[in-house]
Structure formats: structure tokens, C-alpha cells
Design a protein around this ligand. Structure first.
Ligand code: GLV
Ligand code: MN
Ligand code: MN
Length: 396
């Protein structure tokens, strides 16, 4: 189920490992009494009818793709939690008032197409034709990738769910940070989720001989890119009303030879904050700085937006609902999410809530990612309580 040529756990969307994982998941969903289908965005959805099918469904979701060399918990426990709750409903013969939908969203992690949350964007009508036409480095077009896993890109727009189509969206996830562990709390009530803006930066200079070209006659793309990367770090370290983080995690230098002045570098940057205005302020300053470096160093620098997801604040009434369910299960703490989630997209059309469980040493997106099974169990328990309470309180 994973790419054995890479360290850790790697299950990228539109690969054989992803398809294999999905067929296992489909089986688990069916055994838990769910009716399984794939929607236009390639999301795998298991449904149970409610007593009152006029009510809009309660949805539980997350993702089963991973970063390259990731762990076994990020996303996966949220989907498994939904299946486990369905299994318990089946075993105890309990039928909810609302229909229940359990979703494994297509490709939540940043993909080779420069987009995250592909499936949840599709579900809410936020995957544009331009995005569907993007290709990865193997030449695969995103629309064809979605077809490969059983979706239908041609009907995404028309079948997208609208505001009011989902009564509540809930997601259980690992914290991916150190706060719960440090505070010795088992459960987290998520208060908001950061927005993420990603850009591709291409710096073009002139490749030339590293020995014969004097220092004042060079157009070195890599030294120009280095200035930009350090400037991003400086801008994100300034003080703002809310925390902000900025990262360059992907970088390509060409031609990448020890004795050749770099002619072209490409890097991808992202900036995250709970306050979108802060992100925009930083990116405006960064763009001005890029223009300055381009003219000072006679380089061509382009800055292309790859994706933007808006920050969200969880509604106070949903936080209260989740806090009640968590407090009945274990020691609870309120915290914002620095990681992006499918919940960001679902918030466009539905009230959303998230529960976090602790990550050992705050590690995630690496093979060391770990959450004790007892804590995963508590998270599922709290999620089940929240679902049942919401279901009984909102019967019409
Ligand atoms: C998803 O894990 C993200 O926060 O990038
Ligand atoms: Mn995740
Ligand atoms: Mn992740």
C-alpha cells in the first residue's frame, strides 16, 4: 500500500498505492454497512440513510494521501474514525435522524499540480477549469487523474454541493504540533484553521563558467533566489497581531553543476496565518522586494500564485458542541490549527468543527509521526458524542 522506494509512508494521489489503499477502504466501508460511491471529484464516500432523509447529511471526512515520506496518522485517522462510528451504529442498531456521510477526500496534501485539498475543493465547486488543466511533471493532466480514480471532472461544477447541503462537517485529525502534549491534554477543540497562499517563483539569470566569469559580471539565479528566501523568513519573523509562518520547501537549481553559475532556479513558497490580511501584506512586500532584486541583479523573476485557501474561524456554537463532547471524554484544550485541512474548503458551504489528538514530540509529515492508539480512541469517542448530540438536537 506504500511506495517502498521511499522512507516512511508515501501514498500520493493517482498512484497504484493510492488505488490499492482506496480499494481496502471501500471494503472497510462496506463491512461497516455504508453504501459506497465515488463523486465527481473522485472522493470516496460511504453513506448511511437517516430516519429523516429530508435532513441534510452530517459529514465526517479527511484524507488518506500522504506527503512524500510521511506518517500513518495524518488524515487517515479521520477517515477511519468515520468508519468506526458507522460500525458502532450498525452493531448497536442505532439509526441517526440525519443521513451520515463518511468521506475520503481526494489528494488533500500539496500535489504535483501545485494544489492541495483537490477533492474537497471539487466538492464545494472550488476546483477551477484552470486547475483541472494543470499537468504534473509526468505529463498527467489533473482532470485525467481524477478520471483514473473514478471521478468525472466534466460534472464537478454542476454537481458541486451548495451552501446548506451539509448540516455539519466534522473532522478528527492529529494535531501535528506540540501544544496538546506540552499541556498534557488528550483532546483539542479547534478554534480556527490557517489560510495558506502558495506561490511558484522562477528566477532566471545566465548560466556561465564558474571559473572565468568575474564576480561583477555574473547573473546568478541562485544567489538572487537566496536573497528572496531570506527576505521571506525576515518578513514572517516580524511581529504581527496573529502568528504567521512562511516556508520554502521545494527548490530546483539548474543546471546544478559545481562549476556552472546557476542560470535558473525555481522554488515554491507558502505563507500561513489565521489572518488573511497578514498573508497579503507579507506577499505584497515580498513582491516589491522581488522587483528590487530583479533590477539590482539584472535577473528575470516571476511570481505565480498556485493556490489560496482562506483562513476560517470555527463558529462558537460548533466549538461549544465539540468542547462538550471532548470534555465528557478526556482533558480538553482549545487551539487553532497551523495545518490546512479539508475543513477549510467545507467551511465555504457548511458549519465545520475539528477535534485534535496529540502528536508525539509534535512531529508530523515525517515517518516519526505517532499518536497513541488510546488517544485516537478518545478522539473517535468524542467525535461520536458530537455527532449523536448534534443529530438529536437538530431534528428538523
Ligand atoms: C497539510 O497537511 C498542510 O497543512 O499542508
Ligand atoms: Mn492532514
Ligand atoms: Mn498533512
Amino acid at each position: 500500500m506504500v511506495d517502498e522506494t521511499k522512507p516512511g509512508w508515501t501514498r500520493r494521489p493517482f498512484t497504484p498505492w493510492y488505488k490499492e489503499g482506496r480499494s481496502w477502504l471501500k471494503q472497510q466501508m462496506e463491512q461497516a454497512g455504508l453504501q459506497v460511491s465515488t463523486d465527481a471529484g473522485g472522493n470516496l464516500i460511504g453513506k448511511i440513510a437517516g430516519k429523516n432523509d429530508d435532513l441534510k447529511p452530517i459529514m465526517i471526512g479527511s484524507h488518506t494521501d500522504t506527503v512524500i515520506g510521511g506518517g500513518r496518522f495524518d488524515g487517515i485517522i479521520g477517515v477511519i474514525a468515520g468508519i468506526e462510528i458507522s460500525r458502532r451504529l450498525q452493531e448497536t442498531g442505532m439509526t441517526l435522524n440525519h443521513p451520515l456521510e463518511i468521506v475520503d477526500f481526494t489528494g488533500e496534501e500539496p500535489s504535483e499540480f501545485g494544489i492541495s485539498t483537490i477533492g474537497s475543493r471539487a466538492m464545494v465547486g472550488n476546483l477551477t477549469p484552470e486547475m483541472l488543466n494543470r499537468t504534473d511533471q509526468t505529463g498527467l493532466v489533473l482532470a485525467d487523474g481524477i478520471r483514473m480514480i473514478g471521478g468525472n471532472p466534466d460534472t464537478i461544477k454542476e454537481l458541486a454541493r451548495k451552501k446548506g447541503d451539509i448540516s455539519l462537517y466534522l473532522e478528527l485529525h492529529i494535531e501535528q504540533g506540540p501544544v496538546l502534549e506540552q499541556k498534557n491534554k488528550r483532546l483539542g477543540v479547534v478554534t480556527g484553521i490557517v489560510g495558506i497562499h502558495r506561490y511558484r517563483v522562477i528566477v532566471e539569470g545566465k548560466p556561465n563558467h564558474a571559473g572565468t566569469t568575474p564576480m561583477d559580471m555574473r547573473f546568478d539565479a541562485l544567489t538572487g533566489a537566496s536573497e528572496l528566501i531570506l527576505e521571506l523568513e525576515r518578513l514572517c519573523k516580524e511581529s504581527y497581531a496573529d502568528p504567521v509562518v512562511g516556508t520554502v520547501g521545494k527548490f530546483i537549481n539548474e543546471p546544478n553543476g559545481a562549476n556552472v553559475i546557476p542560470g535558473r532556479t525555481m522554488f515554491e513558497l507558502e505563507v500561513r496565518s489565521i489572518d488573511t490580511e497578514i498573508i497579503e501584506k507579507i506577499m505584497n512586500k515580498f513582491s516589491d522586494f522581488a522587483n528590487l532584486i530583479a533590477s539590482e541583479r539584472s535577473l528575470n523573476i516571476s511570481l505565480d500564485n498556485l493556490s489560496k485557501s482562506d483562513a476560517i474561524r470555527v463558529l462558537p456554537e460548533v466549538q461549544d458542541e465539540i468542547a462538550a463532547a471532548c470534555s465528557a471524554t478526556g482533558e480538553t484544550h482549545y487551539l487553532p490549527s497551523g495545518a490546512g485541512h479539508d475543513a477549510n474548503q467545507l467551511a465555504n458551504i457548511a458549519p465545520v468543527g475539528m477535534i485534535f489528538v496529540p502528536s508525539r514530540d509534535g512531529r508530523s509529515h515525517c515517518p516519526e509521526e505517532w499518536t497513541d492508539f488510546e488517544d485516537v480512541g478518545k478522539g473517535i469517542e468524542a467525535l461520536a458524542r458530537a455527532v449523536i448530540h448534534f443529530d438529536q438536537k437538530n431534528t428538523n
